[in-house]
Design a protein around this ligand. Structure first.
Ligand code: NAI
Ligand SMILES: O=Cc1ccc(S(=O)(=O)O)cc1
Length: 480
């Protein structure tokens, strides 16, 4: 007999809840308590194939709506998200672990994004190119690329799903999304809001399953024309191979290991306040999280001391508790990763100034951690920590800082704090990243592109650039 308190999460194919019937299931766990709170249905191969085929029909229907109609529908979705913020936020907190305050911010930010994408969809113009031939017009038309297969991650379940669904629908594409299995409920609720607002059931479907099986099957499907993925660089590399073999367009938002350069002319107090908030946001589980701090030796000790003092003041606990500043990590495997990286950093000369341990009892907790003097050979300086660990290293000059900052293959976010124009200019030119914060840790906003370089991604999300990733270009020569 099933425990009545354990809820069921179905797949959503062509507007129908799909569950049971001999399909596999997996538990949904609250990371703050370690308790199973729900159960998720996993797609069969037949479910995956049906979703892809349905997405083709959904595309034919959705692409015929005008950009204005599409924008109006997305605007209704944004309103629904705002008015249901408490329910969505509490689903996020119980399945992902983040604090309710962070969860509310995620929902409201996602609502703004969905609305902005709908509006921007009205401004995806083609071009008239002056012709070199008399009696001929040359037009560049933009067509939606077709059904999209989207894979979103567990760290920002609503933001990442809203991004993927929002881009596809605003561009006139249909979408089959496979959100992370760990935190499914808020994304399913979001998908239902899109349908209630007027998106045809076939134009947006939600699959959960065995990730490798779902991605392999969808990417190979003749109905799917584009792949968009947010997750680790290693999985991105694998999906790139599959997409390459099938000649499908891709947008990949992959890992990052953001360097932070702090020069001796920076406003250290302002820096520390912003840096601690940014480092421990979402328990450090964000691809743009500042993680390698290169601080000029003249202000190193002062900066590290102030950072540690603020980090120690954070309250760690269940995200549902209003006193909590930082929730648990999303899964037990993240705690193991923090243990390994911290231990390795210590064997490479690093010193723990605070944190460096979990918490006794249930739940996947790791204290806000600060490590000083971590050597370049430590894994922590080379591998994305994706957790609440900050590593500090002193540097003697801006050149040294840039060299250290550019020493990994990642190229997502980078940050630098300096008060001189000359320093800012050298950093702008010299830091190999796709997103640069100068004297700020400002998170991403809808109107700006979000793009990693090197091992951090291919293509861009958000901004006009994100929509263009969902369009095909058609060159038309019209004679007569
Ligand atoms: N760039 C980002 O926003 C994210 C980066 N990561 C990185 O990944 C690391 C490990 O995270 P994990 O979840 O443990 O590992 P992972 O690399 O196995 O999974 C990352 C995400 O990709 C999905 N995934 C895994 N294999 C897939 C496949 N073959 N096809 C389609 N989707 C697949 C998972 O469901 C998950 O949502 C983190 O430490 C972090 O470095 C994870 C989540 C988001
Ligand atoms: O981890 C990558 C990531 C997560 C969330 C966001 S946002 O909240 O949509 O800005 C961006 C990147």
């Amino acid at each position: 007999m099933r425990d009545n308190h354990i809820y069921q999460v179905p797949l959503l194919i062509n507007g129908q809840d799909v569950t049971g019937e001999g399909r596999e299931r997996r538990p949904i766990v609250n990371p703050a308590t370690g308790e199973t709170i729900g159960e998720l249905t996993l797609a069969s191969v037949a479910d995956i194939d049906l979703a892809a085929e349905t997405a083709q029909a959904g595309f034919e229907e959705w692409r015929r709506r005008t950009p204005l109609e599409r924008a109006n529908i997305l605007s209704v979705v944004a309103l629904a998200m705002r008015s249901d913020v408490e329910r969505l936020a509490s689903l996020l907190t119980s399945e992902q672990g983040k604090t309710l305050k962070e969860a509310r911010g995620e929902v409201l930010g996602s609502a703004d994004l969905v609305q902005w994408l709908g509006e921007e969809g009205k401004r995806v113009y083609g071009r008239v190119v002056p012709s070199r031939f008399s009696n001929m017009e040359q037009l560049v038309l933009l067509d939606p690329v077709g059904p999209v297969a989207a894979f979103s991650a567990w760290n920002y379940p609503i933001s990442l799903a809203a991004r993927k669904i929002g881009h596809a629908l605003a561009a006139g594409c249909s979408v089959v999304i496979k959100p992370a299995e760990e935190c499914p409920s808020a994304v399913l609720a979001l998908a239902r809001m899109f349908h209630a607002a007027g998106v045809p059931p076939a134009a947006l479907q939600v699959l959960f399953g065995h990730p490798a099986q779902v991605s392999e099957r969808l990417i190979a499907s003749p109905h799917i024309r584009k792949i968009t993925f947010t997750g680790s660089t290693s999985v991105g590399r694998h999906l790139a191979t599959l997409a390459g073999a099938a000649l499908k367009k891709v947008t990949f938002e992959l890992g990052g290991h953001a360097p932070v350069i702090v020069m001796d002319d920076a406003d250290i107090d302002a820096f520390v306040e912003a840096a601690v908030a940014s480092k421990y946001r979402n328990a450090g589980q964000i691809c743009t999280s500042p993680s390698r701090f290169f601080v000029h030796e003249r202000v190193y000790q002062r900066t590290v001391d102030a950072f540690v003092q603020r980090a120690k003041a954070l309250t760690v606990g269940n995200g549902a508790d209003s006193a909590t500043d930082m929730g648990p990590l999303a899964q037990g495997r993240r705690v193991s990763a923090m243990e390994e990286l911290t231990h390795d950093a210590l064997t490479h000369g690093g010193r723990i100034l605070t944190g460096g341990a979990g918490r006794s009892g249930a739940g996947y907790f790791w204290q806000p951690t600060v490590l000083a003097d971590v050597s370049a050979e430590a894994r922590l300086m080379r591998e994305e920590p994706f957790g609440p660990v900050a590593a500090f290293q002193p540097v003697a000059s801006l050149d040294d800082a840039l060299r250290a900052a550019n020493s990994t293959e990642y190229g997502l976010a980078g940050y630098a704090f300096t008060s001189t124009i000359e320093g800012a200019r050298r950093i702008q030119e010299g830091l190999r990243v796709g997103i640069l914060g100068l004297n700020t840790f400002t998170p991403s906003v809808p109107e700006m592109p979000f793009a990693g370089v090197r091992d951090s991604g291919i293509g861009a999300a958000m901004g006009y650039e994100g929509l263009m990733e969902h369009m095909n270009v058609k060159a038309v020569f019209r004679a007569g």
